[in-house]
Design a protein around this ligand. Sequence first.
Ligand SMILES: NC(=O)c1ccc[n+]([C@@H]2O[C@H](COP(=O)([O-])OP(=O)(O)OC[C@H]3O[C@@H](n4cnc5c(N)ncnc54)[C@H](O)[C@@H]3O)[C@@H](O)[C@H]2O)c1
Length: 331
Amino acid sequence: MKILVTGGTGYIGSHTCVKLIEQGYDVAIYDNLSNSKIDVLDKIQFITGTRPAFYEADILDKDMLCKAFDEFMPDAVIHFAGKKAVGESVALPLMYYHNNITGTLMLLEAMKSHGCKKIVFSSSATVYGTPKTVPINEDFPLSTTNPYGSTKLMIEYILKDLYVSDNDWTITILRYFNPIGAHDSGLLGDNPNGIPNNLMPYVTRVAKGVLPRLRVFGNDYDTHDGTGVRDYIHVLDLAQGHIDAIKHLDKSGVQIYNLGTGTGYSVLDIVKAFEKANDIKIPYDIVERRPGDVATSYADPSKAERCIGFKATHTLEDMCRSAWNFERKNQ
Ligand SMILES: NC(=O)c1ccc[n+]([C@@H]2O[C@H](COP(=O)([O-])OP(=O)(O)OC[C@H]3O[C@@H](n4cnc5c(N)ncnc54)[C@H](O)[C@@H]3O)[C@@H](O)[C@H]2O)c1
């Protein structure tokens, strides 16, 4: 089966391409390298022995999309390409709406005109806004607190409307919780530009001495130690969730699954787990809460297990060790 992976040189996309190739899929990557590097292709080749076809192109570029579809003729698309920084989306909303939404419209039009009607889309737990209870299941109310989240929710609506207009489409929407960790080789991992937005890359950079101290945003939440609780999932488990979804693209319709572990860890749980797994101290300061952050968010992952056989298997220790292994070998 041929899979076109948009955003395939990025953090989650690259791990998914490795898993796809290892499990016998024929992969082509479509990425403009706006937030990833070309050497990811060498790393995928080193790990798997296979170099995926590569289109260095923008999803906003309809002609290049058509060229990729004409040449590669994919059976399905996994659509990761998009901008993902919440703070940047608040500062540059038009850029976010254009890149993520217009880009997805271009992709869907190219798919439609080439008769490729199977797609797996990267959504996010951010579409649950501020949930009133946990664990969060797929039927919870949807809302957003920033333009990035709004792009994800709007794309979900677009995909649902597309199916209503044409029942041949097979659409799987995956709502990720908090991916962390890295490939065991230490070659692929999360390598954000500038000061990281997410906890784990921040922790690994403090561990390395690139950043002096971790900033913990608030310790007065209603949680076991006062710091925010999230559902951290190993990126390799998340990647496997895409293969599980691809294997179940046989019936048309729109399916939505949470990809998480079902367990919540606080910021300080992560700091302690990282210190223990890697024998490194992480100095930190408690600072003001960040606007928009919720106290606790973790998934009810049972629907994905029931329907597509997805179950996260990596431990928090695996996540902490692999993240540090990647940081040491790469930055
Ligand atoms: N990492 C997370 O915590 C997280 C959580 C929930 C959802 N997601 C979503 O999952 C997807 C992948 O996330 P990631 O962490 O791997 O991000 P990433 O930035 O590492 O990867 C995204 C890739 O898309 C590419 N890209 C962006 N705009 C493009 C465009 N217009 N044309 C072609 N390529 C483009 C980038 O160059 C990058 O390689 C994103 O859609 C993101 O919103 C991520």
